[in-house]
Design a protein around this ligand. Structure first.
Ligand code: AHR
Length: 614
């Protein structure tokens, strides 16, 4: 039973409480939210990014072509370019199955080229079935590098498109680009509309970006400090702004090349476009996510602190300031209203991190006293690192501490009261990353139940974001994820629907309530409970799985064979309707058991009726 006292006043909820966390993981940026359709557009892919890469990854050559790195390059940060032979062509395969185009829609092609004046570039868009748009011919005007543009209108819809550039004479090419005209809010260098709209539909209060492990892993040097060659750099905002052809690329922590076409300016602009507060995370000279090294270099630390001050100027400074001027030149004279900034992510070395964090905080608050500077509690939700980090945060009277955890659905059900006992006088909590381990309805339900606990404690938990946000189904490093996509479609998970429900219905104030019972779903199981063999539709009429308190988790009368429990492949396990299900559709076998030791949280009771004579 639930008792509600309508006269009592619970915590007030901030409209910004629920937000999103965007990290370039699972190809969330290139081949994802960033609308560019050409993969490896500037020939910067390298074996440093991924052992399978070459500078011609995603390209095929007809004739002669080689990737060149010499003083004739387009830009010091964009070092490689393509030397294409006379009467030769290169074709780009895009992402997933290819370049996706829609009949009647416009696409903007651009390329930086250097060739003798009069050289003709022919650009075609096609798939295996023929042309997808009228070919375009571009005449090179002068001998130095220059940008050339052409527009296409797709004559057919295709998800397997290819872009080919053919040159009549020897030519150098770089930044070969194709964008849909119809980006989100029609912004130039913009975002893929369906993905941006899925985020916008959440009405997020904030956007945390650009990571995650992406932020504080790799070298703390920036591109220029290492003769332009340092790959695997931590995410440093100055690498990601200015004209796109002058931006570096990087070896992404998640094992691929990131172009920085989606950079800090675009993140700020997106946050503004969807009415969310921007919340950037900067590295603090301690590498995390398994690397765990504190960089002891005072000059480098000071440079990073200055960079962070410059970031605030880039976001908020007047157009007369150095970095405010760059923002204006990029198209946004008005400030972006940055009020929160996070220093560090999941720091495993709390003491070393804290020594650096306090330096950042002092410098930031001296110049920008209105800023909330957010710290973190390490990679786990409990343990020595967590306790040490929290103690340091409390002692230093930090404004807000970022906590992260990924746990089973049962954990989320059992820990609904986590924040009931948090110190009301201590730092506020930013739950910057959390998810129950799965994308099923059960996971969504467990997260929804947990979010009621966040709301009940909204005086302490000020911000919360599910993680990760996006996954390209063909390039997955991490699951579950909130929104899935390929090169032409996107779909929200059950977890997405839960987030949307809460985010689009943020109340004003909690009405306190009490419940007399909570679901009992604890206790390990060590094998199939009550049913130690396969439950087959051949041998059984129906099967029921219940939790210890008698709640039915699933039932199946096998009326439609085993198909009702979605098949994920023989030998693999999935969570379906709250239980672990392995299905072999060929043999019409369905097994309900504990398959994966990491998931032993249910006290399951399985009941099945054996068919007569079996
Ligand atoms: O969300 C995926 C990863 O999980 C993040 O990069 C990191 O912060 C956490 O460990």
């Amino acid at each position: 039973a639930i008792t509600v006292d309508p006269t009592a006043r619970g915590a007030a909820l901030d409209k910004t409480m629920y937000g999103v966390f965007f990290e370039d993981i699972n190809r969330a940026a290139d081949g994802g939210l960033y609308a560019e359709l050409v993969q490896n557009r500037s020939f910067e892919y390298s074996t440093d990014d991924n052992r399978s890469y070459t500078p011609l990854t995603a390209w095929t050559v007809d004739g002669t072509a080689q990737v060149t790195d010499d003083s004739g390059r387009l830009n010091d940060r964009n070092r490689h370019y393509l030397s294409l032979g006379a009467a030769s062509s290169v074709t780009n395969a895009g992402y997933n199955t290819g370049i996706a185009v829609e009949e009647g829609k416009k696409y903007d092609f651009s390329v930086w080229a250097r060739a003798d004046a009069g050289t003709a570039l022919t650009v075609t868009l096609h798939d295996f079935g023929g042309t997808l748009a009228t070919a375009r011919r571009i005449a090179v005007r002068k001998s130095g590098w220059a940008q050339y543009k052409a527009a296409f209108t797709a004559t057919r819809t295709s998800t397997t498109g290819r872009l080919t550039v053919t040159s009549s004479a020897a030519a150098a090419l770089d930044m070969v680009s194709l964008f849909p005209r119809d980006t989100y809010k029609h912004e130039p260098n913009g975002l893929r509309k369906d993905l941006a709209e899925k985020v916008a539909a959440l009405h997020p209060g904030f956007v945390r970006f650009p990571g995650g492990c992406l932020v504080n892993t790799g070298s703390m040097q920036d591109y220029s400090e290492d003769s332009g060659w340092q790959r695997k750099r931590s995410y440093q905002w100055k690498d990601t702004v200015g004209p796109v052809e002058q931006r570096a690329t990087n070896a992404n922590f998640w094992g691929y090349n990131q172009s920085y076409g989606l950079g800090y300016y675009e993140y700020f602009r997106f946050a503004e476009d969807i009415g969310a507060m921007p919340l950037p995370v900067v590295p603090a000279l301690v590498t995390g996510c398994g690397q765990n090294q504190a960089v002891a270099d005072e000059a480098l630390l000071q440079r990073h602190i200055q960079d962070t001050l410059d970031l605030v100027e880039f976001a908020n400074g007047p157009v007369t300031s150095r970095w405010g001027k760059l923002r204006a030149e990029m198209g946004h004279p008005r400030p972006f209203h940055l009020t929160h900034i996070e220093v560090g992510n999941e720091e495993n070395l709390p003491k070393e991190f804290f020594a650096r964090f306090t330096r950042f905080r002092a410098a930031l608050q001296a110049k920008y006293p209105y800023l909330t500077v957010i710290s973190n509690s390490g990679p786990d939700d409990s343990g020595t690192t967590f306790d040490t980090a929290w103690q340091l945060n409390r002692d230093a009277r930090v404004d807000m501490v970022d906590e992260h955890y990924y746990n089973s659905p049962q954990w989320f059900l059992q820990n609904n009261d986590r924040y009931d006992s948090y110190d009301r006088g201590g730092p506020k909590v930013f739950l910057g990353e959390y998810a129950s381990q799965g994308n099923t309805f059960t996971n969504g339900l467990a997260e929804a139940a947990y979010m009621t606990g966040l709301e009940r404690n909204a005086d302490v938990v000020k911000l919360a974001s599910y993680a990760p946000l996006f996954a390209n189904e063909d390039y997955v490093q991490w699951r579950p994820d909130m929104v899935w996509f390929n090169n032409h479609a996107s779909w929200g998970s059950a977890n997405y629907e839960v987030q949307k429900l809460f985010m689009t219905n943020v109340g004003d104030r909690v009405v306190p309530s009490t419940a007399t019972t909570t679901p009992s779903v604890s206790g390990p199981i060590t094998g199939a409970v009550g049913l130690s063999t396969w439950a087959t539709s051949a041998a059984y009429d129906d099967v029921q799985v219940t939790a210890a308190d008698g709640t039915t988790l699933l039932s199946d009368d096998f009326s439609s064979g085993a198909a009702r429990w979605t098949h994920t492949g023989t030998g693999s396990w999935s969570v379906q309707d709250g239980a672990y299900v392995q299905t072999d559709t060929a043999a019409e076998n369905t097994m309900v058991s504990a398959g994966d030791p990491a998931w032993h949280d249910y006290d399951l009771h399985v009941k099945a009726t054996k068919k007569a004579g079996k």
